[in-house]
Ligand binder design. Structure first.
Ligand code: S3P
Length: 173
């Protein structure tokens, strides 16, 4: 089975995905890393040199390549992946795939992102906690429409990646 983790930046898709892949004994893949190796550049450089629309096209193409391959894995997507073009539709419709949304409350996301926004081109310019909180609040509201279409929604507070991964594993049974 292909497990596709979606959710806002900072929701723990990569850390949960790694643990879940160990529990399920299938490989872990990270869409941002796949994009970086395909392009030979980090995400911030792609945004800077080619712009966001170019990034979204590459993101959509690589997502499809992964989902159409004959393989099982846990995939951590980027926060925007399900919100552009037909990416969500493809995730939901490819056979043997389960889309899982890690839903994290805004204050927890804002704390995590404030401490780790430099490598995130959409957030790097936000220089105070207030502006970040306002931006993320609106952005999360806009994106929730897409995230809530996941087949499984996991509410996450301050739980460890191990606890969250176990919860997902149980609900897959
Ligand atoms: C993005 C999230 C990032 C990365 C890019 C755009 C977004 O991934 O794909 O910076 O639009 O939310 P993470 O969710 O892993 O930070």
């Amino acid at each position: 089975m292909k497990i596709v983790l979606i959710g806002y930046m900072g929701s723990g898709k990569s850390s949960v995905g790694k643990v879940l892949s160990e529990l399920l004994d299938i490989p872990f893949k990270d869409l941002d890393h796949e994009i970086q190796s395909a392009e030979g550049k980090d995400i911030s450089t792609i945004f800077l040199e080619k712009g966001e629309i170019y990034f979204r096209k590459v993101e959509n193409r690589i997502l499809k390549e992964l989902l159409l391959a004959e393989a099982d894995f846990v995939l951590a997507t980027g926060g925007g992946t399900p919100c552009y073009a037909d990416s969500l539709e493809v995730m939901r419709n490819v056979e043997n795939t389960k889309v899982v949304y890690l839903r994290v409350p805004l204050p927890i996301l804002a704390d995590r992102l404030m401490a780790d926004k430099e490598n995130r081109p959409l957030l790097a310019h936000l220089d105070s906690k207030e502006t970040l909180m306002e931006f993320v609040g609106i952005h999360l509201f806009e994106r929730s429409h897409f995230y809530n279409q996941a087949e499984m929604i996991i509410d996450v507070q301050e739980d460890t990646p191990e606890t969250i991964a176990k919860k997902i594993e149980q609900r897959l049974l």
